[in-house]
Design a protein around this ligand. Structure first.
Ligand code: ZN
Length: 253
């Protein structure tokens, strides 16, 4: 369990308690399920007060997915893409902290700062709050979302979107990159929540192998192994592997 402070310069910070990723959470990470990231975060954050996730602004949810990824996987993002120009596949990477720092700097420069109740007011008198996960689940479309968020002024979608882009940017964004084969500049679409789920799902063969090693060596049942934090499970599996290779070396003389 660790404490995460989620913040953006435009809104009040909030702290959430997050459990370490375990096998049960990893097994639930299905890339085909659009709700997989919310379900994962709900599971890892079940020690927080009821309703915490519904009330969480979507922009801070993305930041939380980034923190979980950094804690469990890596500080850098490695993406696969296909060139728009020469159609060759290529990989590119970027530092998560740098992307977030650049977003923070842009938000700070926008000058938006939420009042005590969490609302922003534009010079034109538009008053609104950031969308939460509950808004995202309930809104029928963009226009309906605008009506939900605006408390003073006209709930005009384009104006609302402009404020949200400046004050509550998401980690779903195009990343500028260049093809290493033909040097064509292009934008690759990145989605933090989806990337987290895809990264967990891609490690499924390791999860199965580690579970197998631990079950064979210690005789623990599936539920007990699935409840182990990912890092502990990996550590046990590594010990079993090194024991096995030491035994093999001894037999080989
Ligand atoms: Zn290319």
């Amino acid at each position: 369990m660790y404490l995460v402070t989620l913040s953006l310069p435009s809104m009040a910070p909030r702290q959430v308690r997050i459990a370490a990723l375990d096998g049960m959470a990893e097994l639930g990470a299905d890339p085909a399920d659009p709700g997989a990231a919310v379900q994962l975060v709900a599971r890892l954050g079940q020690d927080n007060p009821a309703g915490w996730l519904d009330d969480l602004p979507v922009a801070l949810f993305d930041r939380l997915c980034a923190r979980i990824f950094a804690a469990e996987f890596a500080q850098t993002i490695e993406c696969k893409s296909t060139c728009e120009s020469c159609a060759e596949p290529f990989e590119f990477g970027f530092a998560l902290a740098e992307l977030i720092a650049a977003q923070d700097a842009a938000v700070a420069q926008s000058g938006f700062s939420a009042d005590r109740d969490g609302f922003w007011t534009t010079p034109q008198g538009l008053q609104l709050r950031p969308p939460t996960l509950a808004d995202l689940a309930a809104a029928q479309d963009g226009a309906d979302m605008a009506v939900r968020l605006v408390t003073a002024g006209e709930a005009e979608l384009a104006a609302v979107e402009t404020v949200l882009e400046a004050a509550a940017p998401l980690l779903t964004l195009p990343i500028a990159t260049a093809c290493p084969h033909c040097a064509a500049e292009q934008q690759a679409q990145f989605d933090m929540a989806r990337f987290l789920i895809d990264s967990i799902a891609a490690e499924r063969p390791f999860l199965i192998r580690e579970t197998h090693l631990i079950a064979s060596r210690y005789g623990w049942d599936h539920a007990s192994i699935s409840a182990l934090p990912r890092r502990d499970r990996q550590a046990y599996a590594a010990l079993i592997e090194s024991e096995r290779s030491a035994a093999l070396k001894w037999r080989a003389g």
